[in-house]
Design a protein around this ligand. Sequence first.
Ligand SMILES: [Zn+2]
Ligand SMILES: [Zn+2]
Length: 319
Amino acid sequence: MQGVRCSSHGIHTATLTPDASDLHGPGDGVRIRTQSASICQTDINLANFGELPFTMGHEFAGVLDDGTPVGIEPIAPCGTCQYCAKNDYHFCERGHAMVIGIGRNGGMAEEVLVPERSIVPLPTGLDVRDACLIEPLAVNLHALDLARLRGDQRVCVVGANMTGFGLLGGAGAVYRGCEVAVEEEAAHALEAAERMGMKSSPEGLYDLVIEGDGSEESIARAAERAAPGGTVLMVAGYYTEFKNFKVLPFMAKELTVIWGTYYGHHSTGRDADSAAMMLAQQPAIADSIITHRFPLEAAPEAFELVRSDTPSLKVVLEP
Ligand SMILES: [Zn+2]
Ligand SMILES: [Zn+2]
């Protein structure tokens, strides 16, 4: 079978043998035949490290052996550590080694073995070709919960271009009844934002600012956009050491900074199930965010597109 790997020469599609050693015991794995796998900012950052000892892809969906289409919450927590015992399984002591496509073989492949617990049933109305968005949307919904977002708050997304990640947070805030604006220069990202019910020209200051770019410059703009006493929600990937991080506006306005990285379980269920429901009810999200689809063999071109200046948001591989 074919799968996407990263070697010292970059991204390529390789012939692989399905690897049962990824599973932790007999009977706890199911085979998923991947139908959609999207490229994340994290995949680009991982590929910059060079050779990776696993198949890539943590945002994916597929079909079971009996043909049932399913989404995936791509983590394999131990189930027994102190965090798993409290159902805070996203803090499992296995750490990033438990993340499918980041610490173990992922879904940018014709097939992948996942623990049964990772399966997310697809609600009516959500196509498996779009269900790769469950994971990035779940990260954003989890982050909005951490920020204790209320429907009467004004929200601004700053930096919406890189894979459209922050726009998913904006879409989550629209879904919860908030007025949401986007500060971004890329016209295609603004157009997508408008289609999802956001305004393309921010005015004034905002209770919650979602930082979706990851650069120092974007963080500074996010702090500027935040109202005194407001919150900056950091949902992008932050992999570089900042040299000129401007602390002053955070201090002067007594801003709260919240980091959103994972997804997990809350009182009403899993973030991944909430994300699947929202995508089913709001088809405009997938229609607006997914800009390109490539066959699996074209993974190098697909990664190149995300890195390039050519306009794109979510780029999806279809094995
Ligand atoms: Zn991701
Ligand atoms: Zn654990």
